[in-house]
Structure formats: C-alpha cells, structure tokens
Design a protein around this ligand. Structure first.
Ligand code: HEC
Ligand code: HEC
Length: 374
C-alpha cells in the first residue's frame, strides 16, 4: 500500500518537473546590447513602419478619397461641426466631449459618457480619433468601413448624442450660416445627413499626428533615447508589430484577443532573452479564471460577432489614452504591455523589457500636425 504512495509521489514530482522545466535551467542574464540606430531604423522601414508626412501635399495622398474628395472649405465645415454641440439632442455634447484633441484624442475615462450622463451600454472605452482616418476599419469590432460612415454612429446613438438623422438635418436647415456653408461645399446635396458626416470625415482626415518617432524614422538618430530604440527593436522582434502594423502602428487588421485563450487549459509560456525564446512553463491559470480576458469582463463585449475578434488599436498616442482595452479596465500602460506579451505572444517579459517598450510607445505621442491646407 505504502509503495503506491511513493510511486504516486514520484509521478507527481515528475509531472511538476516537466511543467516547470524552465525553472530548472538557469536563464542567461539579460544583456544590454549596444543599439545601432540606423539598423533599427532600416528594420522598421523594411517592416512597413512609416512616418506621418510633414506637409499636406504628402499627407493628402494618404487620406484623400474619391468617395469624399477633400477641399479647404469642406474641412473647415467639418471642423465646425466636430466642435458644435448642435449635433446633440440637448445641445451639450460635441465630438470633442469624448475625443479631446489635446488629450490624445480620447476622454481618459474607462467608458464613454454621453447624453444625460449615460454610460456606453457595453462599457466601451473611447478610442482615439487622432490618425483614425488611416485605419482600415473603425470601432472596436471594425464594423464601420471609414470615418464618414463611423460619424453616423455617435450622432444617432441614444447614449451618445441621441439625435435622429432627420433632427440633424432640420436643425441645421434653420441656421443661415450652415445653409450658406453647405451650399458652397455640397452644391448638389445641400444639407443632408450624408453631407454632414462627409464634412466631419473630411476634417478627421486631417487629424494626423507627428512626434519623436517620426523624426527618428526620417533619419534623426537622437530623436529618441537608446531605451526607446531597444523598445522599438523588441516590439518588432517579439511580434507586436505583426498586429500593430503600418503607419498608424495598429488599426490595419482585425485580430483575435486573447489569442491564447483562457479556456484552453494548458498554455505554454516562454521568456525572451538576448534575442532568443526560452521555454518556461505550461500555465493552468485558465482553469481558475472566470473572465474570458486577463482583466474583468465589464460590459460583456466579446468583439466582432461575439468571436473575440477586435480591430487592432492604433498605438500612436497610446501613452496618452489610458485606461486601456475595449472596456477600459486596465489603468497602466505597463500592465497593458505585459498582458499583450503574455496573451498574444506567450512571452513573459522582464521589467526591463516592459520599460523599454513603454519608452518606445511614448515616442509615438504627437500633436495634430496643423497642416497648411489650401
Ligand atoms: C459619448 C462619447 C462619444 C461621443 C460624443 C463621440 N464618440 Fe466617437 N467613440 C466613442 C466610443 C465609446 C467609441 C467606440 C465605440 C465602439 O467601438 O462601438 C467611439 C469611436 C469613434 C471612432 C473610431 C475610432 C477607431 O479607431 O475605431 C471615431 C473615428 C470616432 N469615434 C469619432 C467621433 C466623431 C466624429 C464624433 C462626433 C460626431 C464622435 N466620435 C462622438 C465615444 C464617443
Ligand atoms: C495577435 C495580434 C496582437 C499582437 C501580437 C499584439 N497585440 Fe496589442 N492588441 C491587439 C488587440 C486585438 C488589442 C485590443 C484588445 C482589447 O481591447 O480587447 C490590443 C491592444 C493593445 C494595447 C491597448 C491599446 C488601447 O488603446 O487600449 C496595447 C498598449 C498593445 N496592444 C500593445 C501591444 C504590444 C506592446 C505588443 C507586443 C508585446 C502587442 N500589443 C501584441 C492585438 C495584438
């Protein structure tokens, strides 16, 4: 009888050994490699990371569209509408209530608060409006194709601006200066719900931001610190860039999150040291976790068609848009980065690696360029 216990004990110890095998082999120490600015830049450009253009004639090539051709007057009309509470039922809320241009393009609240202080029913966090025009789709689940179509959403949502499309048109048609402005910009259509959202979309297309990161990509080695260069290098090597890609560092695809789901009981994890991955452990955390996310499931939003698919967020200005994730339940950017590495890539980052990536993310901050538009 006793021998059974001994055998069971040995078997258990063996299984424990297998799962924690990473701990039995000492990991190599992290080396602070000397970072070669031009090598990092070349890698970034090769992988399709791009600076936002300095001048309007270059930027225009990226944002102009035959569906809504840009003109100086249309952009000016859109700007006026963006800031005008006339588009909300009780005339107290404008687009900038939730997308403050000087605060990273969002509201820094966990969830949006609209008409009569109503919270977003799915507890969704306001994403940044800055650079959003360059994303391939709009909204957390990517259900809208572009900024013109997107603008119809908040105006008519009962918990945001609480209008109907008819009310918008009737109200604007009572305002002489709007009648005049629309007649100039949309001589055929005049004031329609469509032309309202086209004008707003045109303005949003100019809201591109530039910062230290753009200057670095353009050739200024000293625009960002060595730590940030290391962070950028990690961002590319680990695979963050696989999803957070392109000129907007995100916004270009729809991806699953969490990719290593909690309902799979055994999830392998590794650590990343000096350019290599080392196996660490299988994790059983999933068995004891109630939320499908590595944070509370406030609002119960499960992405596109409830399939945990999300439009990848734009990381430009991300260090100014806390709190994080679709339901705004994570306050610290360091924690957001830790979660991403563990649950999208299966890697446990060291504190130092997280700090480097955050230093890089900080270089993505920038104010709207303020293009001279003719
Ligand atoms: C009450 C707060 C609120 C107001 C007012 C508001 N928004 Fe939003 N905005 C949000 C929230 C929340 C989301 C995300 C909703 C979702 O994904 O379903 C969002 C999403 C967006 C997006 C998508 C960004 C992306 O990367 O997917 C854009 C663009 C945008 N809003 C522009 C506007 C414009 C233009 C207006 C004015 C017409 C406006 N918003 C008014 C809260 C607001
Ligand atoms: C497989 C695709 C994928 C990979 C790889 C990935 N991400 Fe993400 N990332 C996402 C998705 C999807 C979300 C949105 C999830 C949500 O809000 O529910 C997100 C959200 C984020 C956020 C929060 C953004 C916000 O505005 O709330 C940050 C920061 C972030 N990722 C950074 C990183 C970093 C750093 C890495 C590499 C360590 C990384 N991501 C790897 C897809 C990915």
């Amino acid at each position: 009888m006793k021998s059974h216990f001994v055998i069971a004990f040995i078997a258990l110890a063996y299984v424990a050994f297998l799962f924690k095998v990473g701990y039995f082999f000492p990991l190599p120490k992290e080396k602070e490699e000397v970072i070669d600015a031009s090598a990092v830049r070349q890698e970034a450009l090769r992988r399709g990371l791009r600076p936002i253009p300095k001048r309007w004639n270059e930027a225009r090539k990226l944002v102009d569209t035959s569906k809504n051709p840009l003109s100086f007057q249309k952009i000016a009309l859109g700007r006026r509408l963006y800031f005008d509470p006339i588009l909300s039922k009780d005339q107290t809320i404008n687009c900038a209530s939730c997308h403050i241009l000087e605060a990273g393009g969002d509201d820094n609240r966990p969830t949006a608060v609209g008409y009569h202080n109503q919270q977003n029913p799915k507890h969704l966090n306001s994403p940044t409006v800055l650079n959003a025009a360059l994303a391939v789709r709009q909204f957390w689940d990517g259900r809208s194709p572009d900024v013109e179509d997107q603008a119809k959403g908040p105006i008519t949502a009962p918990f945001e601006m609480a209008m109907t499309s008819q009310e918008v048109v009737e109200r604007l048609r009572k305002d002489k200066s709007y009648i005049k402005a629309f007649a100039e910009v949309f001589p055929k259509e005049g004031i329609t719900f469509d032309s309202v959202t086209k004008a707003i979309g045109a303005y949003e297309r100019t809201l591109l931001t530039r910062g230290a990161y753009d200057r670095f990509l353009e050739g200024d080695d000293d625009a960002i610190s060595d730590k940030a260069k290391r962070g950028l290098s990690l961002f590319m090597q680990l695979g963050c860039k696989g999803c957070h890609s392109g000129i907007t560092v995100g916004g270009q695809s729809i991806q699953t999150f969490p990719l290593r789901p909690y309902d799979t009981p055994i999830v392998p994890h590794s650590v990343y040291r000096n350019g290599k991955r080392y196996f660490k452990e299988f994790s059983f955390a999933s068995l004891f976790h109630e939320s499908p996310y590595p944070f509370p499931d406030i609002g119960g939003f499960h992405g596109r068609n409830g399939q945990f698919r999300f439009r990848v967020p734009i990381l430009r200005n991300v260090t100014r848009t806390a709190p994080y994730f679709h339901n705004g339940s994570v306050n610290k950017i360091e924690e957001a980065v830790r979660i991403m590495a563990r649950h999208q890539l299966g890697i446990d980052l060291s504190k130092n690696q997280i700090e480097s990536i955050v230093a890089f993310l900080k270089t993505l901050e920038g104010d709207p360029v303020g293009y001279k538009i003719e």
